[in-house]
Design a protein around this ligand. Sequence first.
Ligand SMILES: [Zn+2]
Ligand SMILES: [Zn+2]
Ligand SMILES: [Zn+2]
Length: 274
Amino acid sequence: MRVTLLGAGDTTGTPTVGCDCDTCEAARERGVERTRFSVHVENERVDESLLIDFSPDFRYQFLREDVPLPDAAVITHIHFDHLDGLGNVFRVFDSLSVYAADETDPQTGKSVAETVRDDYHYLDPLEVRPTTPLETIHVCGFDVTLVPVEHPPLVCYGLAIEDPVTGAKLSITGDTSYNVPEASREVLADPDLLLADAIVPAHLCEYHPAGGRHETDDGVPRTFGTKHMTREGALDLAAELNAERTRLVHLAHYYPADEAFEEPLAVDGEQYEL
Ligand SMILES: [Zn+2]
Ligand SMILES: [Zn+2]
Ligand SMILES: [Zn+2]
């Protein structure tokens, strides 16, 4: 299993357009970036690739990393930074299966699969595959399981990707607070590599209107507002999941410049062989 981090950033990316903060300036100086979230997972055994989320930066990411176009894709949720690259399918793919959860979202009255189908009904190559969370499907030679996470007000899913032949396992938290349900934790547990949402460090919770929550015994918030984990929350979750290796992703340019490029914060283009 070859994992390529196509986009390790949050919804504005780093550098953010029009931003001259120290972190965006430092990224430019270092020649690194964090585009909108997407992960490419290649199965060399069957010569197929699975894409996790359609970043608005899809075209640029594939030109930059020169990885094979995917044979199938998963959409974790309907936020812009995970879904709105799907229009890139037009005239690039003859057909593409897109897997997304089949549970109705009380907020929209539709499942992620139904929203994908409705929003991109004009894309003939698209074959939407409604998928039941916590039930394993087989795609690109992998066992793939969507797991509910907490990203209010929308439903959102993390996922585990395992190669049943080699035993390699990748877990992705999806956009989530630290409050990942127990049944989902069981599926995500013991990965060779965990990609965990860690949008900001915990000390920035004081700037969020909703503050932080899910504090440690020492009062350190593991959730930023209600939607995302802090760096500290993501690292706690990684320890609880017994992750062999962890990279923090979905990172905002609000990380102070002296923290933004420290380990284990990911940047675009990192590649892992599991
Ligand atoms: Zn900035
Ligand atoms: Zn989101
Ligand atoms: Zn996001």
